[in-house]
Design a protein around this ligand. Sequence first.
Ligand SMILES: [Fe+2]
Length: 193
Amino acid sequence: MADFFPPPVLPLAIRFDPHTALAEPSGPVVTRRISDLEGLFADAAAWERLRADGDPVIYSVASSPVPELARELPQSVTTIHPGDCGGEFFMTKGHQHPDPQGEIYLGLAGKGGLLLFNGERPDWIDMSPGMIGYIPPGWAHRSVNVGSEPYRFLAVYPGSAGHDYQWVVEHGMGHRIWRSAAGFELKSFGGSS
Ligand SMILES: [Fe+2]
């Protein structure tokens, strides 16, 4: 598997293929299946049915080879497939940055959203191609596909930020995103189940 470049990293042109979303030159590629998102969807029975029925890929993250090290500025392209688990739209695990640093997302394809939570109040940014969502320091973030096509976005983040997934398991994200007659709706989280 491709890996991050060792420092020092030289000036670098990176091409993200718009059809495959893979980077050239490539860094790590992470694939998350429904089984990797245990305990994150509200409907545990629906989650188990999906897991038993082929364990579908929910999203993948293709990184450039810029390393996740202090002062570097890594990038990745995430693709979330369309669908829902018991009515709750497919989403990323969500994470908090152990080193509180900001991050930007740029919508590339599809219709999605950026759910943010600072431990006290949630926020939501509609994402579509050309939209930049800004994640301030201290806000956990999760992306959601609320459309019928793959939702794809570019992330650019400080290399020292890190990924704390357990924070979201313990604190939740304030809201869940459900399929509705109008497309989607946000409902209060009610714990971390
Ligand atoms: Fe992040």
